[in-house]
Design a protein. Structure first.
Length: 105
């Protein structure tokens, strides 16, 4: 199993809420249709008095090869769709992480 996580930090909680809604209604399904085995959204509890909102979209792929196929054949189009709906100028900052799943119950 291979993990792909997209973390997004938002300056505006209202933009974060619309982003989470879009993920749940459209984007997670699109990524699964393009090769992910499953997907979830995690919104982290605010800490330290910060007004920023942090969310993650987490995806699992059968293996690294399946993820690489997704990245090559589908990710550019899906990322562009996301940036059209939620341009960085609206106070979003993305980070992406990948890695092998080392344990799961």
């Amino acid at each position: 199993m291979f993990s792909y996580t997209v973390r997004c930090t938002f300056d505006d909680p209202a933009v974060a809420e619309r982003w989470v809604q879009w993920l749940g209604e459209e984007h997670l399904r699109d990524v699964c249709d393009a090769g992910a085995v499953d997907a979830e959204i995690v919104q982290f509890d605010a800490g330290g008095g910060s007004s920023k909102v942090i969310c993650e979209a987490r995806y699992h792929f059968a293996d690294r090869a399946a993820f690489e196929k997704y990245e090559r054949d589908h990710a550019p189009r899906l990322r562009e769709e996301g940036l059209q709906k939620f341009p960085l100028e609206r106070g979003l900052h993305y980070e992406r992480f990948t890695g092998d799943v080392r344990g799961r119950v």
